[in-house]
Design a binder for this molecule. Sequence first.
Ligand code: GLA
Length: 763
Amino acid sequence: MITVKNEVFHLQNNGSSYLFRIRDGYPEHLYFGTQVETGDAEALAPAPGCGWGGSTLYSERSNACCLDILPLEWSGAGRGDYRESPLELSVEGSPVSTDFRFSGYEILKEQPASALPLSRGQSVLALRLSDKEAGLRLTLYYGVLPTVFTRRAVLENCGERPVSIRKFMSACTELQGPFVLHTFSGGWVAEAQHTVTPVTMARVCLESTTGASSNRANPGFMLAAPGSTETDGAVYGFNLLYSGSHYLSVQQSLQGVTRVLQGISPANFEWTLAPGETFETPEVVMAYSGRGFGGLSERLHTYINQNLIPPYWQNRPRPIIYNSWEGCMFDFTESRLLRLGKTAARLGCELFVLDDGWFGARDSDTGSLGDYAVNFKKLPHGLQGLGKKLGAMGLGFGLWMEPESVSHDSELYRAHPDWALHDSLGRENLLGRHQLLLDLTNPSVRDYIVQSVNVILDSAPISYVKWDMNRHSCVLGKMQHAFVLGLYDVLHRIFDSRPEILLESCSSGGNRFDCGMLYFSPQIWCSDDTDPVERLRIQTSLSYLYPPSTFGAHVSASPHAQTLRATPLSTRGNVSLFGCLGYELDLSELLPVEQAEIRNQIAFYKEHRRTLQYGRFSRSETDGGGIVWQMQTEAETVAGVFHGLQPAAPGYERLAVSGLDAEKRYRMESRRQLLRVGDFGTLLRHVLPVKLNPNGLAVSAADSHYKMYDGAQVLTASGAAFAAGVQLAPRFTGTGYDANGRMQSDFGSNVYAIKEVSTHEPH
Ligand code: GLA
């Protein structure tokens, strides 16, 4: 709801309020937090004493009218506010001051059309500001959605001279109080490292300059009151609907106001705005929770699931994927793929994704990007033949592609070297993964991509696309932004008319995990690191800002390709269950017991898919040091308990389950996971009456026929007892095999389903 009264603007959604007012012509921020009334504006407004010392006064009439000390919705340069400005302009090479004054407002039913992705279903306030001397108009758009607010800014040159934009942030947000900044930076296979930085008067910035939102600096971040926990405290979350280089900065003023700026990275940015032209910034999304990090995640998850991803995929079950990459890399034939497909279908997978290597002469990552002719040596019956045969097995068919790139060694590059992005001074091309980016600012290049991808999609029964992009850009600011606009144009033109195709975005793993891509692709490949220990950290980090329904999460081989760490298959499965489950390993190498374990994982996932994809997610820990992920719907709760290194003599451990009705009774049952007999090694000699060679035939025969369950546990208790913490089965303590214990070694885990006991069942 948007209320405007006496130049006080009040945005309200389910539980939060955002208030500002016009004061002497400029927009003064009043409040962002738990829901209040419009009439509270005066009480919530800061009461500045006076302009201090050497301050510049905005108006001689009032000593208090000093822009430098007030919380503002926007600020210019050269008018007495010496804090970091959201806008920097120059005219004919010289910086110019800006001073935007209120000129009116409109309440709109929706956002005006844009070349950039915008949240869906917003009611919108357009605040009009103008700077007569500079000949500029600025519109600040505010959007209201059930759990978040949005902001963006559009600048129009109404003057007679071109204006050069050096820096133009999407929003300037000012919040009162001490804060701690939570950001998620990293790199390839090491995405989303949760970094906590106190907010002080020294400015903190997080920026990507690589042309993508990047694995170095996820655009999402949080500002939390010091001491905030999962369930308590004031926490603000911000994100940007943008997939290119971006910037955020936070800095506290002497008065205790933190200015938050977020938008396109100003690094080497220069965009000329000719008379009559406009420039629009990407949309910022912001949410407030008075219930700690958990409350904030809930708001952001609801927003992404309901107001950001493509409507066709909202609440729609995501298929269980088999992906050929880690199992086959470039080395496959149709018959090998069909054998894998047959096993995948038997285990319960629903969609077969043919990853890289199906086109041109692409037998390695050194060539053929851009040449989308099917390799008939590998696929004699083409994509159509393969797709149909997989379809006959009951599997959907998905395809990998990397349309934004071109290999140096490709027919496309030889024919159109000018279609690649090159250094503006003609320096030698720098390659990344042996490839260049195509010039998506060139309409002919975009037409080529759209046409090539359309032909592929129409040539076979393709229901899923993994859209990859595997290098950083070498062009600078303006070209990077124009590239991103080109990408969005291409995605609209290909996928708007094919809403039922499930798009999974990828960029060397999580190099473009952002809200801009989520607007088109309901799920994103989180990381090329599928080691479950790493994924536990990466997915925990992402979960603060993004729901598990957006996580591409696959089980891969052990030891892991990135870490050389050996981990139990049960844990690899358990981590991937909390996301969009998939398998990415050579299924032909699995032992029968491993196949049985995977079948169990998939059966469990199918039974609880709604909860695991769309439930309310929360993070906690057991008192035994286990990391807990919990997903909850009205119907049930699923909780995973994950451990690191296994100690000798582990203590008791309780799992506390939140969100249940204290007075109802619930039944908790663990997922029945399987162990390999061979995992016990020479210990088998202690537990079996006969002496067996752990690597011998008898043990592998036992693995085929004998099932050893791990951590089987069933209990019933009241919701009150679950909230207090129910005792988990004992962990392995050297006492031999016990099907009712948790036979955990390092990185062990279990998953539990908790459902209300029907009143007809005996307690
Ligand atoms: C990138 C992706 C991988 C895989 C390869 C294929 O690295 O992140 O998942 O698709 O490309 O070349």
